[in-house]
Design a protein around this ligand. Structure first.
Ligand code: SF4
Ligand code: SF4
Length: 419
């Protein structure tokens, strides 16, 4: 029989089925303490520098529908907080590796629960204890040994320049400070499709008469994704190395191809003494588009994928769009999830190297979900400006059966094609 508690309050006691219930408030308070949950698992996270905000969650659920991983599985900060309340040890859980640090939950969270700080903090502890998915551990080792996550020879880092059709100046040969250092990064230097975009960008820079140089075989990975995946020590070592190079060449301004490098250089390298301005290549090109003499009309319907680390993390939404709409014949069609609300390709926060691991946890890859959305717009081309995306989306075009319907091209490739 349900007990009417207000009745107890009024009468101090009430008899229910022959048993007298008393409003013994002290005893009830003690019982509440007994029935409170064990906070040990949650405390382990909130006690870490960076993990504090995990404890601020009040379970409103706003983060769940915007989490790209939840779209294809079961995830989000609300669910992680709840599992911690139930005593699950995040340090030993697969849940630790699913977050792509896309920042979409932080955008909507009224309590500012910050997965961009929580995830690296907890992952760092897991990495120190050797509890890392195998494929991610391999990437850490390749980065340490070769200076890049692909495990390619450092000596080949500038080989892509040989087929660029223009001279790509090396800082070690120029022997003077330049207006702008182009930090090429690993995928644009080694991955076949990344190299295509790099060659296109080199031709554009040369046409514009930009005074630039690249580091070539001296450059090493910016390591931001490794940092977000928990390898703080590796990140610091590589950051100090790259900062040393920037100082040697008296670099004041850096242009990056990769939004992850942009994020590292703007937010993390200054903490280690790096003092220089950094811009993305679309930010550099957008105001210069009218100086380019286009000779071709492309006649493409183009949809654009905002990279999480260029858009939400660093506030650049307009420059890529301004580059695209300045190309003759390009019609820009937006996807439903765009700009601040853009969907994630799945590559951030170490996700680039966790596709095998994620396959056991999601119904489809995030890149596949995104490609389906791009196809629905009726676009011929999915334009990208992050080097992780060309390979991810080209694979997803094939695996979703959309080959021949959608091309994936870097913005630099599209500009170059129209020149
Ligand atoms: S939006 Fe923030 S407060 Fe609300 S459930 Fe998600 S993490 Fe918790
Ligand atoms: S950062 Fe992105 S992937 Fe991670 S929990 Fe938040 S919304 Fe999901």
């Amino acid at each position: 029989m349900p007990v009417d508690k207000s009745q107890i309050r009024e009468k101090e006691s009430v008899v229910v089925e022959g048993i007298e219930l008393t409003a013994d408030w002290n005893r009830m308070f003690e019982q509440r303490v007994v029935f409170d949950y064990d906070t040990t698992a949650l405390d382990k996270v909130t006690d870490l520098a960076g993990g504090e905000s995990m404890g601020w969650c009040y379970q409103c659920g706003k983060c769940v529908p915007v989490c790209p991983v939840d779209n294809v599985g079961e995830y989000g900060p609300r669910k992680i907080f709840r599992s911690l309340q139930l005593g699950e040890d995040l340090f030993n859980s697969d849940e630790l590796w699913k977050c792509t640090t896309c920042m979409n939950c932080l955008r909507v969270c009224p309590k500012e629960v910050d997965m961009i700080k929580i995830m690296p903090a907890v992952r760092e502890e897991a990495v120190m204890e050797g509890k890392v998915p195998e494929e991610l551990q391999e990437v850490f080792e390749k980065t340490f040994e070769y200076g890049n996550p692909l495990g390619e020879s450092q000596r080949k880092r500038a080989d892509w320049t040989k087929d660029a059709g223009v001279e790509v100046p090396l800082m070690k040969d120029i022997k003077r400070p330049v207006d702008m250092l182009w930090f090429v990064e690993c995928y644009p230097a080694y991955h076949t499709r990344g190299q295509d975009a790099s060659r296109a960008l080199a031709r554009i820079l040369n046409l514009l008469g930009t005074d630039y140089g690249i580091l070539g075989t001296e450059e090493k990975c910016s390591c931001d994704s490794q940092r977000l995946a928990g390898e703080t020590g590796l990140f610091e070592e590589f950051a100090e190395y790259n900062i040393g190079l920037f100082n040697k060449y008296k670099v004041k301004k850096v242009m990056v191809t990769d939004p992850h490098a942009l994020n590292a250089f703007r937010k993390e390298y200054p903490k280690l003494g790096g003092k220089f301005e950094t811009i993305h290549y679309t930010t550099y090109l957008a105001p210069l588009m009218e100086k380019l003499n286009f000779t071709k009309k492309l006649n493409y319907k183009v949809t654009f994928h905002d990279p999480c680390y260029l858009g939400r993390h660093n506030g650049e939404f307009d420059a890529p769009r301004n580059c695209l709409t300045a190309i003759p014949g390009v019609e820009l069609i937006e996807m439903g999830r765009c700009r601040e609300q853009s969907y994630c390709c799945g590559g951030g926060g170490g996700g680039m190297w966790l596709d095998g691991f994620m396959a056991d946890h999601v119904t489809e890859r995030l890149s596949e979900n995104r490609v389906r959305e791009a196809v629905e717009t009726g676009a011929d081309v999915l334009a990208v400006c992050c080097p992780y995306e060309v390979s991810r989306f080209e694979d997803a075009v094939k695996s979703t059966g959309n080959e021949g319907k959608l091309l994936v091209k870097d913005i630099a490739e599209l500009i170059d094609e129209a020149l």
